[in-house]
Design a protein around this ligand. Sequence first.
Ligand SMILES: C[S@@+](CC[C@H](N)C(=O)[O-])C[C@H]1O[C@@H](n2cnc3c(N)ncnc32)[C@H](O)[C@@H]1O
Length: 310
Amino acid sequence: MKRVPHPIPYQGSKRNIARTILSFFPHQFDTLVEPFAGSAAISLAAASYGKSHRFHINDLNKPLMNLWNEIITNPHDISDGYETLWNEQKGREKEFYFIVRDKFNNTGRPDHFLYLLARCVKASIRYNARGEFNQSPDNRRKGRHPDKMRNDIFVVSYLLRDRTITTHEDYKNILKKVSKTDLVYMDPPYQGVCAGRDPRYYTGVDFDDFLSQIEKLVRRHISFILSYDGRKGEKIYGREIPADTGIRRIEVNAGRSTQSTLLGMNEITYESIYLSEDLVKRLNLPPDEILSKVIPYRGTKQMTLPLNRD
Ligand SMILES: C[S@@+](CC[C@H](N)C(=O)[O-])C[C@H]1O[C@@H](n2cnc3c(N)ncnc32)[C@H](O)[C@@H]1O
């Protein structure tokens, strides 16, 4: 199994189910479009496995997309910037984090943002009502070693340079521009909260609004993969996409959650993946009971359990 580089630590990253998601990629398409990119785990996995050659990564979070630009086009400077901050923190890690956080809130500098993401609680972005980054440091972690960070940054730059468009727009603008020859992967923010009030994101995504976007994509014959709801044990999170939307739902075993493992519980997280009608046709997917035996998950041990919704 390849080691896929992952320079931006990010809560909610889809890196642990990336290989499963790649298994639903058609053989040919023009551009892989990620309207809710975050740490772009799927684009990075697709680039590493040679499953896509052109990329469009978008996220409404402008400082995040500035960081992506630096990683892709300016790997030396961003690696040096991170290393300098990492060294300067020695012996005063907690106080230094707050100094960098203030500076980031004044300047939006990408090296500051990378340092904050590497050091903050659960690599989770939080903003206050004024739009300032206000997440606390995880004082047990010093942040990833600069040599490892540099390594991942250079690999990512090599993989994505000259074949990636980066934007920081609302997802609807991006969806308007996608074409039938593209493949869209969507992982919108967790929807257990009201739109616009989730401190993790600049904005939430309204469920009904999102549903109407999905319906438009289906009508326009766009091939897309969507990560949406899921469950941990019996507890369901997020709202399911209604079956009459015309997209196929597959439930994927995403392994034991770190939290459950820490608490000594055995709960497995299952994530839903939805495939658009056109993609299902292009893939010639077998019935669900056969599918369950072929979807790869982290090597060989565990198996996914697709559910038939009909
Ligand atoms: C669940 S995260 C995506 C995680 C990603 N799949 C990964 O592997 O890291 C959702 C992302 O959507 C972004 N976002 C929130 N509202 C958005 C909007 N209206 N348009 C575009 N992006 C948005 C957030 O900033 C966040 O990075």
